[in-house]
Design a protein around this ligand. Structure first.
Ligand code: NAD
Ligand code: DAU
Length: 361
């Protein structure tokens, strides 16, 4: 039975990945989820799997070398899938330090522990041991020419503290591959959306605000472009890279699905109006009148767009869920999980929202 060590599995993509993997492989794999449970980690995301005999959870910080080494000593880990990170750009602009700690030093801790556990005396590694570092397209910076796309060969040009910390972590993984022949891959993915996303990110924040009749804060002119991918397609891509990809390679994952932020917000409003019944008292408030243009994000990248040519050609990956279908499924999921939203937005979320948006105008 193959054993996976998943970091950050209680977060948005990590929890979707764990669901995806159990759905695909059932009891032929074992998953150990290590997560510190920061504000972004939520064990409620894993209710469906928490009692499976082949799933276990360890609450630990990826910067805690002793805790991570223990996991490797106590388990014969075959695969590491490394999601754990501080992931929100706006938070990185307010407080960059924790991004360097978790994203750079935490990644180094994971690499050291895996290398120590896996490296053989002659400097080689057993064939089936693999580390996958989950990264972002933001490391490539911002595209100004509409004809341009991010390729694996695009030079790194990060602008926010978040993307700079992810770029540093990518370079550390590359350094381990080049120096120790460490068996790894890096994936750089575009914006994900779907179930279990914390409502500090554009799509769940807009859904939640609209359903509460609150203003929809659009940064700047609303014309920044992101390339949106349904989260399950990302999870499928990660698994395919680990199973079919060439070791030591980077693969970009994205869906050729570019939209301006304002288009996304208007689509959410339209879809919510369609989904709410006429009797639902929330329906009257859900309209484009809620849109409020607010102060722009500092250093706001204008456009991201992935060219997924390599992963398509080499591995046969392609996004299965088109945006129209994905956004419908996502809205339906948030409708059906109002309790989840109520839980994650209680407590500290109110303070976060106040700090982040009160002075934005
Ligand atoms: P998230 O913020 O929803 O989840 C992060 C998880 O990591 C949380 O469960 C949190 O508790 C955990 N964590 C944070 N610091 C930790 C630490 N020090 N030790 C252990 N656990 C810790 O993030 P996400 O959106 O699911 O992103 C997951 C990964 O994918 C990140 O590496 C991110 O950079 C990358 N990524 C995200 C997107 C996206 O659109 N969300 C796109 C491309 C790449
Ligand atoms: O591209 C991949 C990246 O996508 C990931 O690496 C990050 O972890 C993930 O958070 C995401 O980064 P973005 O900054 O693109 O996502 P966010 O949802 O924060 O914002 C999307 C766009 O919407 C961005 O242009 C800023 C804008 N925005 C965001 C919020 C939260 C608004 O206009 N208003 C908002 O309230």
């Amino acid at each position: 039975m193959r054993t996976y060590l998943v970091t950050g599995g209680a977060g948005f993509i990590g929890s979707n990945y764990i669901h995806y993997m159990f759905k695909k492989y059932g009891d032929s794999i074992r998953i150990i989820n290590v997560d510190k449970l920061t504000y972004a980690g939520n064990l409620e995301n894993l209710r469906d799997v928490e009692n499976l005999p082949n799933y276990s959870f360890v609450r630990a910080d990826i910067c805690d070398s002793e805790a991570i080494v223990n996991i490797f000593e106590e388990n014969d880990i075959d695969r590491v899938v490394h999601f754990a990170a501080e992931s929100h750009v706006d938070r990185s602009i307010k407080d960059p330090g924790v991004f360097v700690r978790t994203n750079v030093l935490g990644t180094l801790t994971m690499l050291n522990a895996a290398r120590n556990a896996w490296e053989l005396p002659d400097g080689t590694y057993p064939e089936d041991k693999k580390f996958l570092h989950v990264s972002t397209d933001e490391v490539y910076g911002s595209l100004s020419n509409p004809e341009d796309y991010f390729y694996e060969t695009t030079p790194y040009d990060p602008h926010s503290p978040y993307s700079a910390s992810k770029a540093s972590s990518d370079f550390m993984v590359k350094a381990f591959m080049d120096t120790y022949h460490f068996p790894a891959n890096i994936t750089n993915c575009s914006n994900n959306y779907g179930p279990y996303q914390f409502p500090e990110k554009l799509i769940p924040l807009m859904i939640n605000n609209a359903l509460h009749g609150k203003a929809l804060p659009v940064y700047g002119d609303g014309k920044n472009i992101r390339d949106w991918l349904y989260v399950e397609d990302h999870c499928k891509g990660i698994d395919m890279v680990q199973e079919k990809g060439r070791l030591f390679e980077t693969y970009n994952i994205g869906g050729h699905n570019e939209r301006e932020n304002i288009q996304i917000v208007k689509t959410i409003i339209a879809q919510l109006r369609e989904a709410l019944s006429d009797e639902d008292p929330r329906k009257a408030a859900v309209s484009e009148d809620l849109i409020k243009y607010v102060e722009d994000r500092k250093g706001h990248d204008r456009r991201y767009a992935i060219a997924p040519d390599k992963i398509k050609a080499e591995i046969g990956w392609y996004p299965e869920t088109c945006f129209e279908e994905g956004i419908k499924k996502t809205i339906r999921w948030y409708f059906d999980h109002e309790e989840w939203m109520a839980h994650v937005t209680s407590g500290d979320y109110q303070k976060y929202y106040e700090d982040m948006y009160a002075n934005r105008g």
